[in-house]
Design a protein around this ligand. Sequence first.
Ligand code: CTP
Length: 444
Amino acid sequence: MTKVITYGTFDLFHEGHYRLLQRAKALGDYLIVGVTTESYDKTRGKLGVIDPILTRIENVKKTGFADEVIIEEVSGQKFSDIKKYDIDIFTVGSDWTGTFDYLRDYCQVVYLERTKNISSTMLREQRQHIQRIGIIGTGRIANRFIPEAKLVSGVSTQGVYNPNFESARQFAEKWEIEPYENMERFFGAVDIVYIASPHQTHYAYIKSALEHGKHVLCEKPLVLRKEQAEEVFGYAKEHGLILFEGIKTSYCPGFQKLLGIACSGMIGSVRNVEACFTKLEDSGSRELTDTMYGGSFIELGSYIMLPILKMMGVNYESISFDSFNGENGLDLFTRVTLRYRTGLATATCGLGVKSEGRLLISGTNGYIVADAPWWKTTYFEVHYEDAAKVDKYSETFLGDGLRYEISDMLALINRTATNDFKLTRGESIALAEIMEKFMKENRK
Ligand code: CTP
């Protein structure tokens, strides 16, 4: 019996898929089809897959060509599948020609001609109205955003606004987009507003964008007062608009995996979370000179509070801040201590003090540790009482990581996702409240 194997995402099942499976089956007697998981697709940069895996498997089965369907969830699996299932022929479409030649040592490799003029990407784009993004702000993060947005199908960066028009003009020229001087015209030309302006301007821009009927993705910290966060989220909800706080850690696959493990019972019940993030800044930088909105906690607090709120929840019993301030009164190092009914948490951050950036989650059966840069999670370990037993996990973090939040936001806008579980409104509101509490104590 000749055994054939092929792999694919098979999203929005189309004629190209059908014809490929038909010819794959004809190559032998028994066809195994590997369907990719959503998380595997994410790690290989395929974002925005629409059909859930069960639908994709069903569609493959319906063709009647597959004798067996398996799931492809990690890179490197093809080799082991070939051995495991005793495969004679590996086949895929001609768009992959050459890529899988390394498998020729283990079986025959056949590239089947790809069906012309059809692809899942094309169908996804046809289904969606392309969401036009407009950027407010032209700083470092805005420059990282554009190449990331290019990798998400269904969005296109249209223009940029900056009250300093010369900055907008230069930024626009660099990225070949439209510069705007007039806010009304800017809002008129876009569907999503990405806010990457100074922290204190977020609230007014969010409000204005929402009032113009635009979805908003705003850099962290979203706003610096609880009441403002409640107001903008309330407005967005009432008007069917999506408002997202861009803390990239919350949307990246590695952090999702870490949360899943932390909350799976593997380390028992979580009783303590410690998160630390330090980044030495130049003493003349905005972060260390803006005496109202600079300082370590406003800059880095969202990252270090995130794992605590995700794992321990938003209902802490007490919170206290301790800071070491520089001469201008800005915190160079801040420690936040929280007490919960079920445990404790500590978050530390610094712009003027360097420390070991680490995330440590302690439970009743073991602990998880992720080293810096854990906020772009790619690796973590699970340890137990028996020091010799260590479970190691790794995950990809592609590029600057902004593609994950853009694609999640787009899924909500297009209603292919139903909720914001990776960073909920409640969590964003809690973060704003913590920022507010900190400012009350630290900024006189
Ligand atoms: N395929 C094909 N002809 C097409 C599209 C896909 O023969 N017009 C083949 C691919 O080469 C692959 C299999 O179908 O062997 C599954 O491909 P998949 O990546 O799921 O489909 P695409 O339409 O290429 O998806 P995307 O646009 O997301 O890359």
